[in-house]
Write a protein that binds this ligand. Structure first.
Ligand SMILES: Nc1ncnc2c1ncn2[C@@H]1O[C@H](COP(=O)(O)OP(=O)(O)OP(=O)(O)O)[C@@H](O)[C@H]1O
Ligand SMILES: Nc1ccn([C@@H]2O[C@H](COP(=O)(O)O)[C@@H](O)[C@H]2O)c(=O)n1
Ligand SMILES: [Mg+2]
Length: 230
C-alpha cells in the first residue's frame, strides 16, 4: 500500500554544497525568538503536511482534492510567491527574476509569506505545497515557525511525464516554457531531493507513484489520509 521511501541515490553527493546558510538568513534565525514562534504555536499546534515533487508532478492538483475531501487549508508556496511577484515593488521584481530562472527565492521571503497565511487562517490542518524546496527552506521554516511537519508527501513522477504536463498546463505561467522547465528539473534534483531524503530518514516521508490518472493517484492519497487521525 504505502511505501516509506528508502534512500534515494541520484545527485545527493553535491547536496552538502547546497546546505550553506546565507548570512541574511542567519540573522533572521538569530532573531527568531520563542516569542515570534509563539505567534503560531501558542494557541494551537496545527497538523502540517509538506507536499513535494518535481515540476508538474501533480502537487497542486492532488492538494485541491485532499483539501476538499479532508478539510485541509491548501497553501501553495509558488502561488504565494506569484501573488507577491505581481506587486510593483523591488521584492516583486526579485521574485519574478528568480522564478523565470527556475531558482529558489530566499527562504526568509517564502517562510514569511507562509507564516502570514497560516496566521490569517483558522484552519487546524495545512497542506504546504511546493515547500521546502531546499535544505535552506527547511531550516528556515523550522527556525522561524518553530514546528516540524507531521507528514511529508512526495509525488514521484518520471521527468518525461512532468515535462509533458507542464507544457500542456496552459495557465500563462512565466516559468512554463521548456528552457525554464529544464532548469527547474535540475534545481529539483540538486536542492529538493536532499530534503526528501532528510524526511525519509526521519520516517516522515510517504512516496506516491504519480503516474496514472488524477483519480487513480487520488485513490492512493485518499487511502493515506483516511488512515490518519490529524
Ligand atoms: N495525473 C495526471 N495526469 C495528467 N495530467 C495531470 C495529472 N495531474 C495533474 N495533471 C495536469 O498536469 C499539469 C501540472 O499539474 P499541477 O499543476 O498539479 O503540478 P504541480 O506539481 O503543482 O506543478 P508545479 O510545481 O509546476 O506547480 C496541470 O495541467 C494538471 O491539470
Ligand atoms: N519553496 C518555494 C516554492 C517555489 N519557489 C519558486 O516558485 C516557482 C514555482 O513554484 P511551483 O511550486 O508553483 O512550481 C519555483 O520554480 C521557484 O522559482 C521557490 O523559490 N521556493
Ligand atoms: Mg503547483
Amino acid at each position: 500500500m504505502w511505501r516509506r521511501l528508502g534512500f534515494l541515490s541520484p545527485a545527493i553527493s553535491s547536496s552538502k554544497r547546497q546546505n550553506r546558510i546565507p548570512e541574511s538568513l542567519k540573522l533572521v534565525m538569530l532573531f527568531a525568538t520563542d516569542a515570534v514562534k509563539d505567534d503560531i504555536t501558542a494557541s494551537r499546534r496545527p497538523f502540517i503536511t509538506f507536499v513535494l515533487g518535481g515540476p508538474g508532478s501533480g502537487k497542486g492538483t492532488q492538494c485541491a482534492r485532499i483539501a476538499s475531501a479532508f478539510g485541509f487549508a491548501h497553501l501553495s508556496a509558488g502561488d504565494l510567491l506569484r501573488e507577491e511577484m505581481s506587486c510593483d515593488s523591488k521584492k516583486g521584481k526579485l521574485i519574478r527574476d528568480i522564478i523565470m530562472e527556475g531558482k529558489i527565492v530566499p527562504s526568509e521571503i517564502t517562510v514569511h509569506l507562509i507564516k502570514e497565511a497560516i496566521m490569517s487562517s483558522s484552519a487546524d490542518r495545512f497542506l504546504i505545497d511546493g515547500f521546502p524546496r531546499s535544505e535552506e527552506n527547511r531550516i528556515a521554516f523550522e527556525t522561524i515557525i518553530g514546528v516540524e511537519p507531521n507528514l511529508v508527501l512526495f509525488f514521484d513522477c518520471p521527468e518525461e511525464e512532468m515535462v509533458k504536463r507542464v507544457l500542456g498546463r496552459n495557465q500563462g505561467r512565466i516559468d512554463d516554457n521548456i528552457e525554464t522547465i529544464k532548469k527547474r528539473l535540475k534545481v529539483f534534483e540538486m536542492l529538493n531531493l536532499p530534503v526528501i531524503n532528510y524526511y525519509s530518514a526521519k520516517g516522515k516521508l510517504y512516496k506516491i507513484n504519480a503516474t496514472g490518472t488524477v483519480d487513480e493517484i487520488f485513490e492512493k492519497v485518499r487511502h493515506l489520509f483516511g488512515s490518519l487521525r490529524p
